[in-house]
Each structure stands twice: as C-alpha cells, then as structure tokens.
Design a protein around this ligand. Sequence first.
Ligand code: SAM
Length: 198
Amino acid sequence: MRKVQDYYYKKAKKDNYPARSVYKLEEAQKKYRFIKSGDAILDFGCYPGSWSIYAARAAGPQGLVLGVDLQEGKKVSIANAAEIIWFCDDIMADDIVGKVQEIRKTFRVVLSDIAPRTSGNKWVDQQQSLHLARRVLELAQKLLKNGGNFYVKVFEGEDFREFVDSVRKSFKTVKIVKPKSSRSESREVFVLGVGFKD
Ligand SMILES: C[S@@+](CC[C@H](N)C(=O)[O-])C[C@H]1O[C@@H](n2cnc3c(N)ncnc32)[C@H](O)[C@@H]1O
C-alpha cells in the first residue's frame, strides 16, 4: 500500500502538482468528463491547489476556477488554462454565498475535496465529513447552473446512503466513485452528481 502512495506522491511531483489528491479528480474526469471547456468551476477545500490547477487545464482559457479554503493559497497562473482565483474562508460561514457571488453568480461545476480535521474517532470523523458534504450540497443548490455537475468527497458510514439519496433528488445521474489513487483502507469515496435539476 505504501508503494501505491509513494507512486502517486512521486507522480504528482513529476507532473508539477502540489498534492497527489489530483489523481482522485483526474481519474473521475477521464471516465465521466464532467468538466468541459469554458466551464466556471467552484472548488471547495482547494488548498494546496492541485484540483484547481487540474480543473483550470480541463476548462481551458475560456473557463474560470474559484477556490475557497480555510488556508491561504499562493496565487498561480497556468499557461493555456482558466484563470484561478483563491480566497480564504470557511464554507460554513453564513455570508459565503454572497462572497462567492461577488466574483461570479453561477457555476457549471462544484467540486469539493474538503476533509475534516481527523479526531481519531471514526464515527466522529465520518459525521463531520457528512456535515461538510451536506453543506457543499446546499451551496451547490444555490450556485450551480441548471444541468451543472457536482463531485464531492465524503467518508462512507452511517447516514451515507441518506446523503446519496439527497444528491439524487437534485441531479439526473449519481455515481459513487472510489478512485484507485484513494487508499483502499480509507473510507473516503466521491459522490458525482451530473445534470443539476434547478
Ligand atoms: C485534502 S485537502 C484538499 C486538497 C486539494 N483538493 C488539492 O488537490 O490540492 C482538504 C482541504 O479542505 C479544507 N477545509 C476543511 N474544512 C474546511 C471548511 N470548513 N471550509 C473551507 N475549507 C475547508 C482544508 O483546509 C484542506 O486544505
């Protein structure tokens, strides 16, 4: 297992990405193509920036990536890719929709690789992850364009099915994705919603 992790760590270094988590987005994008050229993308939990950089390349120069994280990212500019704007904030903050909409009103894609600070207690971590994923869904319902897409990390466990059912109510197609680059012993999976029903 360590070998697999080292493989992705080294690959991210070689490919010039700040984190190996990029392959958890790349794998899903290669299979489902939910980011399209020209898309405006909202990336929650964007720090240190791999998903934003990958998404900016997938969207191309006509696109836009807006990233939000508790941690401050250093500004980057990628040739032949969408503009990337990062701002530092908590997605739980009451005024987050207004702050995002000062930059752009609606988006074609909402991504979230947000992970809670782990406590060591699996049940607590899973509940915290679900709480964050539910918040991301609530924000997506306010900020996605009709027909838009959603890709969010969540720890599997109690109430996970209920979360997936609530995603199903808002999207035409829903898939549960477990990328190869995600450790098999980790309970993280990704819920992909395609075709937002406004
Ligand atoms: C696994 S990292 C994201 C890695 C990123 N996708 C990349 O590829 O570089 C998870 C991030 O979620 C952020 N996060 C956790 N809780 C948050 C919250 N309430 N609001 C905003 N960001 C949060 C953390 O600060 C952390 O940077």
